[in-house]
Design a protein around this ligand. Structure first.
Ligand SMILES: [Zn+2]
Length: 451
């Protein structure tokens, strides 16, 4: 399944004087993995959830200084307590793990740990039975998620095989120690990293047959917990520096809505609002579920009340802006999105929703410009260039349209499609356009990397 020619050199580095070549090899392999994983796992494409995970990951990365890879963060839509990292900079978090976390700090702890596995090339240091141990590891991770894993026999097999490829005790301790240090430096509460380990340990205790998948590849021992507690004490952090309310609950609600559990969310938060009408968070979350279920009027009322109670709630102005856009109240939509932009000038989601608003107003020029703003702020996110391409397509600017659709496909590792788009773009621009030369250069680079 994962036969990648020449990858043996990555696992058993023979020439330490050639780190540059090895890096490229790692990036290339990382892309290969991303493609395989996309084939086998369902990734969640919910812009708010995608951006949230990306922001937490990037915040942790910001404490690490210069980095050799373009780190990418993905969400797997599966109710499993699991996360994994693949070489070249990709981290995958399962919705089941996000759902079980009690704070964003807990997720930052998991991400710090996974990033260290990538950054310090722990997979290359795994002593598997053959040079393909990493490939086998990922195959195992994927196999556990599949339907076949439901059968008891398959689970048992999966467990024993995965154990064989689990990170070693030493690598786990390293990832814990460095991961928690960086997440604390990034402003998260390091105690959260320990509390999440304990949550997983508890799950294992309560349900010994279905051990959280995460613990199979990252074995949890009392030594690990003790080590983490020691590191946290030594960090001596008195209080975390991440400002504002924790956006995690809102993200968890969005995950539940993606699973079509809207009615349960409405029941839960409806009850909460009835009990304490002044609870801005409950009103906000209720409104999100109501809007998702098409109940615009009560959603609007709850958003507005939540806003009156707590004007600074994370994401509230953006949510309200989308509701006004959907209900055709464009002036109000502009007002709240502008307010959201003033509060967080570098938030790509606000630019994305502003683009949607302009598109609905049939102002395609401004729409494209807003989407380009989102692209500038999140250059590895495939959604903004896709929207730019569609907007240019509607304007009849076909050269630009195909170019940005190509960029979006490129970011999704869809090289063949990206090449076809770039070729169409060149054709549409014509031989005399200065843009043609630029697109041609990107096309050549893309073709070269496939070789
Ligand atoms: Zn680990």
């Amino acid at each position: 399944m994962f036969l990648v020619a020449g990858c043996g050199s990555y696992f058993r580095p023979k020439n330490p004087d050639a780190p540059r070549i090895q890096e490229d090899e790692e990036v290339r392999m990382g892309r290969q993995f991303r493609r395989e994983i996309k084939q086998h796992l369902k990734l969640l494409n919910q812009p708010e959830v995608e951006r949230y995970v990306d922001q937490v990951g990037r915040r942790v990365l910001s404490a690490m200084g210069s980095l050799p890879f373009d780190y990418r963060f993905f969400v797997v839509e599966e109710n499993q307590l699991n996360a994994f990292a693949v070489p070249g900079g990709s981290v995958y978090l399962y919705t089941g793990l996000i759902d079980r976390a009690k704070s964003t700090g807990e997720l930052a702890g998991v991400m710090g740990h996974e990033i260290i596995h990538i950054k310090d090339k722990h997979m290359a240091r795994l002593s598997g039975p053959d040079p393909l141990s990493l490939l086998a590891l990922v195959a195992m991770i994927l196999a556990r998620g599949g339907a076949g894993a439901q059968a008891a026999g398959a689970i048992a097999q999966g467990i024993s095989a995965t154990r064989q490829f689990a990170y070693t005790r030493q690598l786990e301790l390293e990832a814990d120690t460095l991961g928690v240090r960086y997440m604390a430096q990034a402003g998260y509460d390091p105690a959260a990293a320990v509390s999440f380990l304990k949550t997983m340990d508890q799950e294992r205790f309560l349900n010994p047959i279905q051990v959280p998948a995460y613990l199979l590849t990252h074995p949890l021992t009392p030594e690990r917990v003790a080590n983490m507690e020691r590191v946290v004490r030594s960090l001596n952090v008195d209080r975390p520096r991440v400002d504002g309310a924790d956006p995690l609950k809102r993200i968890q609600v969005l995950i539940h809505l993606e699973r079509n559990e809207g009615e349960a969310v409405i029941a839960e938060y409806g009850k909460m609002v009835k009990q304490s009408p002044e609870n801005a968070e409950a009103r906000h979350l209720l409104a999100i579920a109501q809007q998702h279920g098409g109940r615009t009027a009560p959603a609007r009322e709850n958003y507005e009340k939540a806003r009156a109670l707590d004007p600074k709630r994370p994401g509230l102005d953006r949510d309200l802006g989308r509701l006004y856009t959907q209900s055709g109240e464009f002036n109000l939509a502009h007002q709240v999105l502008e307010r959201a932009m003033r509060a967080e000038p570098r938030e790509p989601l606000t630019f994305l929703y502003l683009g949607e608003l302009y598109e609905k107003e049939a102002n395609l020029r401004e729409a494209a410009s807003a989407y380009l703003g989102a692209l500038n702020l999140a250059p590895l996110w495939p959604l903004p260039p896709y929207r730019v391409g569609v907007a240019y397509g509607k304007m009849g600017r076909l050269g630009d349209a195909h170019y940005y659709l190509g960029r979006s496909n490129f970011l999704q590792d869809e090289d063949e499609r990206a090449i076809a788009d770039f070729e169409r773009s060149i054709k549409a621009f014509g031989p005399n356009s200065p843009r043609t030369q630029l697109v041609r250069e990107e096309l050549e680079m893309l073709k070269a990397r496939r070789r």
